[in-house]
Design a protein around this ligand. Structure first.
Ligand code: ZN
Length: 208
């Protein structure tokens, strides 16, 4: 039989889990992510999801490909998000899911301010953090520009050059077609206003 203190504590825990679930769903987390982060029953999580979004959750598996994060455009977004996440953990001292939540808020705000689409959903970002914690992906520093980018773990640092300094050939080809001037084929010209920038406390992060 539970004592009054235990009941009160579990009621508080329940309230705190419900609040966290609401925040997660509000940022677009799928029910599987919410279930992994809070101690609420599956039916409760799904009920909350339907109430808050007014619809049913998407069916199917969570996005599981680690390779996706190292492809051209997703890599810039993932690198920015992970740099912010590193800051939230190491400098701001936020634990676990709180660091993930706050990083995603910064990213979403940054995208909104720049009128850009959030290429990485909250659920994808949560998966990215799990990939890093599981030792599949990491942030590596580009020796060319000093920016930090998501790479496969144990990437040989001597050979790593980021995709801004060395864009994939298909990107270079499409730019060449559009801009016959050879001088326009430099990374800076390919991504005007998108060179990595120094942000206080973050080091170099891609300006998306
Ligand atoms: Zn670089």
């Amino acid at each position: 039989m539970k004592t009054t203190a235990q009941t009160a504590r579990s009621a508080l825990q329940d309230a705190s889990d419900t609040q966290l679930a609401i925040e997660l769903i509000g940022l677009g987390a799928r029910p599987q992510v919410v279930e992994a982060e809070v101690a609420l029953s599956r039916s409760r999580v799904y009920r909350l999801y339907r109430e808050l979004t007014g619809g049913s959750p998407p069916k199917g598996m969570l996005p599981f490909s680690a390779d996706w994060f190292v492809t051209w455009r997703p890599n810039a977004h993932a690198s920015y998000l992970l740099s912010v996440h590193e800051y939230m953990q190491q400098r701001a001292g936020l634990p676990g899911i709180r660091a993930v939540l706050n990083s995603y808020r910064v990213y979403a705000e940054h995208m909104k301010t720049n009128n850009e689409e959030c290429l990485i959903s909250f659920t994808r970002f949560w998966t990215l953090v799990r990939f890093c914690e599981g030792g599949l992906l990491q942030l590596s520093t580009c020796p060319c520009c000093g920016g930090r980018f998501v790479t496969h773990a144990h990437e040989p640092l001597a050979s790593f050059i980021c995709t801004l300094c060395q864009p994939p050939s298909r990107v270079r080809r499409s730019v060449r077609r559009e801009t016959p001037d050879a001088a326009a084929n430099t990374p800076a010209a390919i991504l005007p206003n998108r060179a990595p920038v120094a942000m206080p406390g973050f080091g170099m992060v891609p300006a998306l």
